[in-house]
Design a protein around this ligand. Structure first.
Ligand SMILES: Nc1nc2c(c(=O)[nH]1)N[C@H]1C(S)=C(S)[C@@H](COP(=O)(O)OP(=O)(O)OC[C@H]3O[C@@H](n4cnc5c(=O)[nH]c(N)nc54)[C@H](O)[C@@H]3O)O[C@H]1N2
Ligand SMILES: Nc1nc2c(c(=O)[nH]1)N[C@H]1C(S)=C(S)[C@@H](COP(=O)(O)OP(=O)(O)OC[C@H]3O[C@@H](n4cnc5c(=O)[nH]c(N)nc54)[C@H](O)[C@@H]3O)O[C@H]1N2
Ligand SMILES: [Mo]
Length: 761
């Protein structure tokens, strides 16, 4: 057993010296100190490269250092000089590598050669690219396209993603699940119904104009740290910032700007959250109901007293539908139910509602604390209800802001990576490329897992990602995976998914976004869409670590050419030779969204895709923005009687399944990730002392045993019956069927578990 994690409770604000030190240490660890610091200056700058970490917006006037601690870590991790080539695989069997940690696997460095799994020796052996493509093409042609899953993790560029979905559809499948299916899919289902578009409505400039900002279940400091800059400015202007989060996240409390050393020394940080509501896990629907009720009843009182209205009556009349039904539902809801279901006091909700009602322009941000719940879709719609009450969509300084994760996850959906046919312009593709695309809806991530477990899916192509670590139900997924006829993984670094072979298995190494990508017409640029619908060009900055690497577009094209009959309408080689031609094709497919794509590629701050909701045009079934009556706002996940609700979340030392180090600075944990954060009173009742080892077992009566031991208990400021531990370590505890209604996003933020003390060793 490894040493225990160290827990400290210094009250250091987020950012600041700690983060500067941490950046230096990661550059040293990855052996890229000088090169790295030079490259970091090009991060998120027009003409430079776009960060491979989060998808937060990039300003038109960047700071001298337009990167954060985590962005620097992600860069260092990608441009590392360490490599993993054929010699590495010759000396390690997969059985051996399966005993390594996630950290140790990726830490070996960048993959350099195309490899094929050899079952006789249980090792990967080098193959040529041609051989790999030929065999993959033959394998794909031997499979029913409906039984092939083409997964995408959210990093691949718009150009690669467009080519990949076109290839898949010409091959005959719509099975395009992507990481979004585990992430903001609840948003992509909720928002089209209520505001007529699948993405957020705010632009970066809105943060300068807002006079009230909400955060629901999003941990900015760890997961989108550059967003702290506009937040800090807002806080300095006196804008109330109101946070709803069960955990007391230190990073959401105070922030010190490391790019401003004077302030850092003198003041010790700006206060970020002016109100911090520690609600119960999954209590957001009820909390939002309380806020809406308070605003509506304040308006009722204003009408009675003949004083100025609280609601934006003109907006509601002109732009919305369903208000009366929603308002009467809110009026009828009992405060006692709202208090029980949210875990918050009425007086606190009333105080917040007063702040909301006196603000003219409100932004509501949210993240996985909303989307990864059984009722995540409904709760996202509740956030919209709150905003609609005062016309806070489609005006400067206001809007809904789902904070996306991966740096291009939103953009991939924009260019056709989707299992849902209604989101893809199939007619357009059919006409442009002269083929008949499949018209059936494909498999989402959860559906794909189900099909793999049942043995119905036979082939899997992964464009990035670490599918087996990211999905739920590990104990069923890993054994099922080895029954796949074909597994093809396109990746930059070695991970667990690569270590569970199917019958035929390829590991194909690709260039990363920071690598210089030279093709026939010269060094190429690629593009991505940030969380605010702005599209940015990105140019690689450093020489690739190996000549044997191919770019993602070249790999997709290689597989496509080996699989499909030649088509007079798609010249894969020409596209690989010049990505500007792919951008022209994207523009032809989406003329409104990508007008003058190539000309605008390097516009400072990116170019914003047009968005109807931003103009108060509502592409919904009613032609209006829709208020919706929730069904489950008063039924949060059950807790008590020995049942705890587990949230699985991220530490500051990780990017999803990539573990940079075992630290979580902002939560005071270092040197270990096998911890569980608990309420002190719960610990006392269970007889669990600080640092004791516990075991979590999922409460579900479906006959599957799901348990995880060896977790060190840590006292934390968290409500009773709510506990937290890290993803991906805990993914085996999540049943596959435990997902958000309507979106099938695994409900990773409310896993019902029991806690047992483990005997001391
Ligand atoms: N450094 C770093 N950056 C990242 C990532 C990373 O792993 N590391 N991942 C990227 C990706 S893909 C994504 S999607 C984003 C994720 O970024 P976030 O959306 O911030 O996701 P999490 O860290 O999983 O959890 C968010 C927060 O939700 C809170 N929470 C949990 N349950 C509830 C609840 O019921 N109600 C409320 N109100 N809050 C709740 C948790 O306490 C936590 O603070 O970050 C992206 N950026
Ligand atoms: N329990 C629990 N489970 C979760 C979550 C949670 O909060 N809790 N969060 C979910 C969320 S929000 C997400 S987005 C998913 C993430 O799921 P994924 O997107 O599948 O996982 P990542 O960890 O981001 O993938 C990391 C791997 O991507 C590869 N990679 C990195 N860069 C590149 C590149 O440029 N090109 C290619 N081809 N490959 C590259 C590397 O090999 C690396 O090992 O996990 C989900 N799972
Ligand atoms: Mo994500």
């Amino acid at each position: 057993m490894s040493d225990k994690a160290k827990i400290q409770d210094d009250n250091a604000p987020a950012g600041g010296w700690g983060s500067v030190r941490s950046v230096a240490s990661i550059l040293t660890q990855e052996e890229v100190v000088l090169l790295g610091s030079e490259i970091l200056l090009k991060q998120n700058k027009p003409g430079g490269f776009m960060c491979v970490s989060c998808s937060w917006a990039k300003p038109a006037k960047p700071l001298p250092f337009e990167f954060c601690e985590n962005g620097a870590k992600a860069t260092a991790w990608e441009i590392t000089g360490k490599t993993v080539g054929p010699e590495f695989f010759a000396s390690h069997s997969l059985a051996e590598l399966r005993t390594w940690s996630d950290h140790r696997l990726e830490e070996q460095g960048r993959l350099t050669h195309p490899m094929r799994y050899d079952a006789a020796t249980d090792r990967y052996v080098a193959v040529s690219w041609d051989e790999a493509f030929r065999d993959i093409g033959a394998e794909l042609n031997g499979l029913d396209p409906r039984a092939v899953v083409m997964y995408t993790s959210g990093r691949a560029s718009l150009e690669t993603s467009y080519m990949y979905q076109l290839f898949g559809r010409m091959y005959g499948t719509n099975n395009f699940p992507d990481s979004s299916n585990m992430c903001h899919e609840s948003t992509s289902v909720a928002l089209p119904e209520v505001i007529g578009g699948a993405v957020g409505t705010v632009l970066l400039e809105d943060f300068d104009k807002a006079d009230c900002i909400f955060f629901f279940g999003q941990n900015t400091t760890t997961n989108s740290p550059r967003m702290l800059h506009p937040l800090q400015h807002a806080a300095q202007r006196g804008v109330p910032i109101i946070t709803f989060n069960p955990l007391r996240e230190r990073g959401l409390e105070r922030f010190t700007n490391p790019q401003n050393p004077i302030q850092m020394v003198l003041t010790g940080g700006t206060r970020i959250s002016t109100q911090y509501h520690q609600l119960r896990v999954g209590g957001d629907g009820a909390a939002l109901l309380g806020l809406c009720k308070a605003v509506i009843e304040a308006d009722d009182a204003a009408v009675a007293e003949n004083s100025p209205r609280v609601l934006d009556v003109a907006f509601i009349a002109q732009h919305t539908s369903g208000f009366e039904e929603f308002a009467s539902y809110c009026r009828q809801a009992a405060w006692s139910d709202i208090e029980r279901a949210s875990g918050l006091d009425r007086s606190d909700l009333l105080a917040t509602a007063r702040v909301y009602a006196s603000a003219h322009a409100v932004i509501a941000n949210y993240g996985m604390g909303i989307t990864q719940h059984r009722h995540g879709v409904e709760t996202a719609k509740m956030i919209v209800n709150l905003l609609l009450l005062r016309g806070n969509i489609g005006k400067p300084g206001a809007g809904i802001s789902p904070v996306r994760g991966h740096s291009n996850v939103q953009g991939q959906r924009t260019v056709g990576i989707s299992e849902k046919t209604k989101l893809v312009p199939l007619d357009q593709l059919a006409e442009l490329y002269g083929f008949e695309p499949p018209r059936w809806d494909g498999l989402s991530t959860v559906d794909a897992c189900d099909a793999i477990i049942k043995g119905e899916a036979k082939g899997f192509v992964g464009l990035g990602g670490n599918f087996l670590r990211a999905v739920p139900e590990r104990s069923l997924m890993e054994p099922a995976w080895s029954k796949l006829r074909l597994s093809v993984q396109i990746a930059t670094k070695l991970n667990r998914t690569h270590l569970i072979p199917g019958e035929t298995t390829y590991l194909l190494p690709c260039l990363g976004r920071i690598d210089i990508d030279r093709q026939a017409s010269g060094a190429q640029a690629v593009s991505m869409e940030d969380s605010t619908t702005c599209i940015h060009g990105s140019r690689g900055q450093r020489e690739p670590v190996a000549e044997s690497l191919l770019s993602e577009p070249a790999i997709v094209a290689g597989i496509a050419k080996a699989t499909l009959a030649p088509s007079p309408r798609v010249d894969w080689d020409a596209w690989v030779g010049d990505y500007a031609l792919v951008r022209d094709a994207i523009e032809r497919t989406y003329p409104d969204q990508f007008k003058d794509f190539n000309q605008r590629l390097f516009q400072s701050g990116g170019f914003a895709r047009p968005l109807a909701a931003r103009e108060r045009k509502w592409k919904t079934s009613t032609g209006k923005a829709n208020f919706t009556v929730p069904k489950a706002a008063l039924n949060p996940p059950e807790q008590g009687n020995g049942v705890f609700q587990l949230m699985t979340l991220r530490a500051d030392g990780q990017f999803n399944t990539t573990i940079y180090n075992e630290d979580d600075r902002f939560r005071g944990v270092s040197g270990g990730r096998m911890v569980v954060f608990m309420n002190a009173q719960d610990m006392a009742e269970l007889g669990v002392g600080e640092g004791d080892m516990v075991r979590l077992s999922t409460v579900a009566d479906d006959g599957v045993a799901r348990a995880l031991g060896g977790l060190q208990a840590v006292t934390f400021d968290i409500p009773r019956y709510s506990i937290a531990a890290y993803y991906p370590e805990c993914n085996g505890l999540i049943p596959l069927w435990h997902y958000a209604e309507g979106s099938k996003v695994p409900a990773a933020k409310s896993v019902p578990v029991r806690i047992d003390r483990e005997a001391a060793v």
